[in-house]
Design a protein around this ligand. Structure first.
Ligand code: SAM
Length: 372
């Protein structure tokens, strides 16, 4: 029987699937450049194989609580940036944060993420500390708690860890200091954000980071270096997605920000998930809401490309329209129960399952702890 000769791309995928192989930057970039069609399909299939081997076909859930959109930062791409005067601002009370987070227990999500604009004033640090203690006490420690609240002092990270949170997600946004400088005002520091990731780990947290793809001026080589950055950081979890313009931001008003189609952005986001899965293997990788903003089945496609974490929204409908990081954010008119139904249906559609009531730490974290 005649067998088809393997292409160099097939051989590279085969190499990526071997254990104990560290792909080079050009190899990572070549995977990211997979041609549309057969190569891209094979890339996603290989990433799914790697996911099945290391984290299984089990979706880990994190109910997300968008606790406030007051932000001291002025990132050029973000809808809740300080200078966006059109944004109606809110901050949940301690009671509202706690009650919303506890819905995550009621829904058997096992784990929640408290996310919001960046604030480091004493009142905010106390608010989060108090809410964490109450969530931990009322759930009797059963609910896993991730924070995504930006750059803080080492002392704040230590206080929030002691109060009951155990994972922290802080996207580096881009591991290229030059690109980082182009998408942030001059008083935002790449070095400070990078240092914060070390402070987060030193405080005891499992560490998550991530980037945006599709940024104006970003190259495939930049994205390949982002993936190498995740590997070098030895991080436990990844949350990343394509940049989606917001019209009331400086970047969103640049013509070059709006060149890509939704399907090009989706494909870039899926390729980043797939190649990150092949390179980092046993970490948790989120299939983020940004993918769903680009296609109704974006979240499922993220899972099929190697993602294993989904973050259903727990926030009340009254706040959802105010947490608009980018245009066309999905789910702004559904309540937490409807978000849950939509999620369960999409997981079922792709033949995966949910492990209820589990913290769902990444196997990578377990191995890293074992080495310490
Ligand atoms: N303040 C926290 C921080 O800085 O990490 C968490 C909230 S912040 C809004 C969460 C993430 O939203 C950012 O890390 C960024 O990557 C993402 N984001 C903001 N604007 C976006 C946009 N226009 N398109 C896609 N993602 C965006």
């Amino acid at each position: 029987m005649k067998t088809e000769a393997q292409s160099p791309f097939d051989r590279l995928l085969e190499k990526a699937l071997e254990e104990n192989v560290a792909l080079s930057l050009p190899e990572i970039a070549r995977l990211l450049r997979a041609a549309e069609g057969e190569e891209e399909t094979k890339l996603f299939q290989s990433a799914y194989q790697m996911k099945t081997r290391h984290v299984g076909r089990v979706v880990r859930l994190r109910g997300i609580v968008e606790l406030g959109n007051v932000c001291s930062k002025d990132c050029f791409y973000c809808g809740i940036r300080r200078s966006n005067a059109k944004m109606h601002r809110y901050t949940m009370s301690e009671e509202e944060i706690v009650e919303t987070a506890l819905l995550g227990e009621l829904f058997h999500y096992g784990s929640v993420v408290l996310q919001g604009g960046e604030r480091s004033d004493a009142a905010f640090v106390d608010l989060i500390e108090g809410a964490l203690q109450k969530i931990r006490n009322r759930s009797e420690g059963r609910l896993g708690i991730t924070l995504s609240l930006g750059e803080q002092t080492p002392e704040t990270y230590r206080r929030w860890f002691a109060a009951g949170a155990h994972r922290y997600l802080l996207r580096i946004e881009s591991s290229s200091p030059e690109l980082y400088a182009r998408i942030h005002p001059s008083d935002h520091s790449y070095a400070k954000r990078r240092r914060a990731l070390d402070d987060i780990r030193a405080a005891g947290f499992q560490v998550g980071t991530g980037v945006m793809s599709c940024l104006p001026g970003q190259t495939i080589e930049d994205l390949a270096r982002d993936i190498a950055f995740f590997r070098d950081l030895d991080c436990d979890m990844i949350g990343m997605g394509p940049y989606i313009p917001h019209r009331d931001t400086p970047l969103g008003q640049l013509a070059e920000s709006n060149l890509l189609t939704d399907s090009e952005r989706l494909s870039a986001g899926l390729r980043m998930i797939a190649v990150t899965r092949l390179v980092l293997r046993d970490v948790n990788i989120a299939s983020t809401t940004a993918l769903q903003a680009l296609a109704p089945d974006g979240r499922e496609r993220g899972l099929l490309a190697g993602g294993n974490v989904v973050m259903p929204n727990l926030s009340a409908v009254s706040h959802r329209g105010d947490y608009l990081l980018y245009q066309n954010k999905p789910g702004t008119d559904e309540n937490a129960g409807e978000s849950r139904q939509a999620l369960l249906a999409s997981v079922e559609r792709i033949g995966e399952c949910i492990e209820p009531d589990a913290w769902g730490d990444s196997p990578h974290f377990g191995r890293r702890k074992g080495r310490q």
